[in-house]
Design a protein around this ligand. Structure first.
Ligand code: BG6
Length: 515
């Protein structure tokens, strides 16, 4: 009824981003790959966009002896290669580079932290940064707990002046190796920092299209009523990569696809698709709803594992006409490695919204194409009044949310094929970010760094979520570790993964849609 108060939408409760306090950013692992490829380019891009506080500095720390000038030169090369603003322009770069500093530091040496504290005091004074510090751990995960404890012992973890002078810490993934190690790490972190100081990064949450999942679901009134077991047949989440293990053998061969991608990125996507509407678009309510999803996922039972979990490893193959090596032939990979480079899983969520709706997740390296997508397949119309030709059976309604590349979304619907006969055919209604929005998309790291500077933890994982995610995947990890795969390698590089991944769906009369 027009004018009726019942039809008025509730006022939006939006968390406005207001705080850009001055601060010092301290990067542990400053000579590493992540700093060069992601962190420094993201900070430079933010500086170019005038998003950083007026007063800030970056202190890079790592073991290697470098001078400030060496570090600045190294970062200039990194920024030239990875910034979305291209080669650093001289005035802008000079202005940014003078805020970059470097201190050689062996993170295992307790006395190094007293020196770090001295340097920070000096830099705080020089740069008028008021004693606010953001620590970023971009080091080997085995060093996380030690660094956290040493920061605590050196008095560098405290919030001062009732939180007016803040200290925050960003911890890179992987946060733990299994449930026990994640619990141990979390306990040790919580001994030193309060939960609101800790930012556990999952860069997928910073991606524009992943942030859009919540907006798409909760800003549009038309999807929520059909977003449930009454209308949805099943959900597919694919994160396919073309790259192989590259230079990361040391890490990846100990990790594998389940730890590297499923426990974090894919489960975050699943939660964003399956969660209930939050009470507000803020960290606390969003985190609570996402945690509830994980708590409702049916645990994997060892005896059922064969039917709901598939692992794979790539063999040599051909990609874009080029021969590529198999996983076991890659540099520094053991010739008999049983690490999985592909995983496909069938999840069930035992709650009122999703009971009986399977969620199929898969991820792999060296797949045919780089493609990350979420597909919602809706139930068929109750009665087929219209024929589709025998050659082309009527396809179900599919909503595809394209995470990357070719960011956008598509809705597959059936329409009448023009002509004298009434024959249905599937067509796509399509939206593409590239065509509709001409503006630059910030990188995930830009978004996440800025959020952590503002004290907004919504796009970061909390400790309970991470532990629940490990709890879900740990039984699979254990079963796979105990039972060596008999058929590895079982998919050629450049394919969509092992045949068993197809059977996971085909035995239920379904098929993967992303090709
Ligand atoms: C990382 C994984 O977290 O995500 C990598 O460790 C993977 O193995 C990467 O390649 C994928 O990220 P993106 O942003 O390229 O999809």
């Amino acid at each position: 009824m027009p004018g009726s108060t019942e039809t008025q939408p509730a006022p939006a409760r939006v968390a406005y981003k207001v705080r850009r306090d001055p601060c010092g950013i301290v990067i542990f692992g400053a000579t590493g790959d992540l700093t060069a490829r992601k962190l420094l380019p993201a900070l430079y891009d933010l500086a170019c966009e005038d998003q950083l506080p007026d007063n800030f500095y970056v202190l890079g720390v790592a073991r290697r002896p470098l001078s400030n000038d060496d570090f600045r030169e190294k970062m200039r090369t990194a920024v030239a290669a990875h910034s979305r603003f291209g080669a650093p322009e001289s005035e802008r770069w000079k202005n940014f580079a003078r805020r970059l500093h470097y201190q050689p530091l062996d993170a295992n040496q307790p006395d190094a932290y007293a020196r770090l504290r001295e340097s920070l005091h000096g830099l705080d004074r020089e740069n008028h940064t008021a004693g606010n510090h953001l620590f970023y751990l971009s080091v080997a995960p085995s060093l996380y707990a030690g660094i956290v404890e040493q920061l605590g012992a050196a008095g560098l973890a405290r919030q001062r002046d009732r939180g007016r002078r803040w200290t925050r810490i960003i911890i890179e993934k992987p946060f733990g190796h299994d449930l026990a190690s994640a619990r141990d790490l979390d306990d040790r972190v919580q001994q030193v920092f309060n939960e609101e100081q800790v930012y556990r990064i999952d860069h997928y949450l910073g991606k524009e299209t992943v942030q859009n999942l919540a907006v798409f679901r909760f800003a549009n009134g038309i999807f929520e009523p059909i977003w449930n077991r009454n209308y949805v047949d099943h959900v597919q989440i694919t994160v396919a990569e073309e790259i192989g293990v590259g230079e990361r053998a040391g890490y990846y061969d100990q990790s594998g696809a389940l730890r590297d991608m499923v426990q974090n990125h894919l489960l975050q996507l699943l939660c964003l698709v399956a969660m209930e509407p939050p009470a507000a678009f803020e960290a606390g309510p969003m985190r609570r709803e996402k945690l509830k999803v994980l708590q409702s996922v049916r645990p994997f039972l060892r005896r059922e594992l064969e039917r709901c979990a598939v692992r794979g490893q790539y063999a040599p193959g051909t990609m874009q006409g080029q021969s590529v090596a198999g996983y076991r032939e890659e540099k520094d990979i053991r010739a008999d490695s049983s690490t999985e480079t592909f995983a496909a899983l069938r999840f069930e969520i035992d709650n009122w919204r999703w009971a009986g709706v399977p969620f199929y997740l898969r991820t792999g390296k060296r797949m045919t194409a780089r493609r990350s997508e979420i597909t919602i397949q809706f139930r068929a119309a109750p009665l087929q009044l219209f024929a589709c030709t025998a050659m082309q059976p009527c396809q179900p309604n599919l909503l595809t949310l394209r995470i990357q590349p070719d960011e956008g979304m598509g809705l597959q619907v059936i329409t009448k094929t023009p002509g004298l006969e009434v024959i249905g055919r599937s067509v796509q209604m399509d939206f593409s970010y590239g065509a509709d929005f001409k503006s630059h998309t910030p990188s995930a790291y830009e978004t996440l760094l800025l959020d952590s500077l503002e004290g907004d933890a919504m796009l970061f994982a909390d400790g309970d979520w991470i532990k629940s995610a490990w709890q879900l995947v740990t039984p699979i990890l254990e079963a796979w570790a105990e039972e060596q795969p008999r058929n590895f390698p079982n998919y050629p590089a450049g394919s969509w993964g092992p045949a068993e991944a197809e059977s996971l769906l085909s035995r239920e009369g379904r098929q993967w849609h992303t090709r």
